[in-house]
Design a protein around this ligand. Structure first.
Ligand SMILES: [Fe+2]
Length: 329
């Protein structure tokens, strides 16, 4: 899979050192190892230079709000949709021929941001201790007595927090709190992170886990016969959320066209394949990338996804408060 990284870097190497008359500024909540190779390839192809300010997604969103129209940023690339939703009002509308490459569920309806890749929330299942016909149809069913002591989760994990925020948007705070209480009272096994969730199932401690798709792929990549599988809940269930990274162009940008070109580049097959190969996330442009050994396709995940407006996922603090109130955190 490293071949795709190599091809991006090779493309970058062909470029003469860019004496770019044109330069854009990117605020990136995604980390440098994932972003720098893409920027090098973009500059090689377009001659447009990119200054990057790296930071936490939430901090950068707050900084953009403070800077307002005076911000030097042309582009904001967010690790999750919540922070983008919180400042969507500052983002410019992008051309439909760019944003329409991504399925409607993974872009702003007004064209102010578009996803760049996605982490699928899925269920990890012990193939030894959970039969096919025993799988829960909904994530909400995990509060049933039959799952007592068998669920593994990672209460401090950011993807779980985003998922619970989406639950609050879709089902309301009361139903979400009731579900969390039900899970808490079902004696779940709490572990540190997503890797530990899958390991717990492999070790025979837990039988079913709530995690991101690529952690199961990784375990299977290490040993093909690992007794853990990746499952979706019934179509439309809140359990099947795709959490996306998202990018948009600031309304205040004085380099709008160059900034849109950068967004376009992130949706190109070369960039989409790079994200899939590096992070094992899902591509968001259908047909733009392949991944050996992946257990679900983007089409399957999109078809099964719940209807949640990703603009509404900004109240992380409310979610953390709920978890503290229930003494889960
Ligand atoms: Fe992760």
């Amino acid at each position: 899979m490293k071949i795709f990284r190599t091809s991006l870097l090779a493309l970058a190497a062909f470029a003469a050192t860019p004496l770019s008359a044109q330069q854009i500024t990117l605020y990136s909540g995604r980390g440098e190892p994932l972003v720098a190779p893409v920027i090098a390839a973009f500059t090689a192809e377009t001659g447009i230079g990119v200054n990057v300010r790296y930071g936490g997604t939430s901090e950068l969103a707050i900084l953009l709000q403070e800077e307002g129209d005076r911000s030097p940023a042309d582009v904001f690339w967010s690790q999750d949709p919540g922070a983008m939703g919180a400042i969507a009002g500052m983002m410019a509308q992008m051309p439909a021929d760019v944003t329409d490459r991504v399925p409607a569920a993974y872009r702003d309806a007004e064209g102010r941001w578009v996803a760049t890749s996605g982490r699928g929330r899925v269920m990890a299942r012990s193939t030894e201790r959970v039969a096919d016909d025993a799988l829960p149809g909904s994530m909400l069913d995990l509060t049933a007595p039959e799952w007592n002591g068998r669920i593994v989760w990672a209460p401090t994990n950011g993807s779980l927090h985003a998922h619970i925020t989406a639950m609050r948007v879709m089902l309301g705070d009361d139903a979400t709190r009731a579900w969390l209480e039900g899970i808490r009272d079902n004696n779940p096994i709490a572990v540190r992170n997503n890797t530990a969730i899958v390991q717990s199932i492999l070790d025979g401690e837990g039988d079913i886990g709530l995690t991101n798709n690529y952690y199961i792929s990784r375990a299977r990549a290490r040993a093909d016969d690992s007794p853990v599988s990746q499952e979706l809940f019934a179509a439309g269930d809140i359990g099947n959320l795709l959490l996306v990274a998202a990018v948009g162009v600031l309304e205040s940008s004085r380099h709008h066209d160059e900034a849109v070109r950068f967004v376009e580049f992130l949706l190109s097959p070369a960039a989409q394949q790079f994200f899939v190969s590096e992070t094992q996330e899902f591509e968001v442009v259908p047909g733009s990338a392949i991944q050996a050994g992946r257990m679900l396709t983007l089409e399957q995940v999109t078809e099964a996804a719940p209807e949640v407006d990703l603009n509404d996922l900004s109240d992380l603090e409310g979610t953390l408060q709920m978890l503290r109130d229930l003494e889960i955190l």
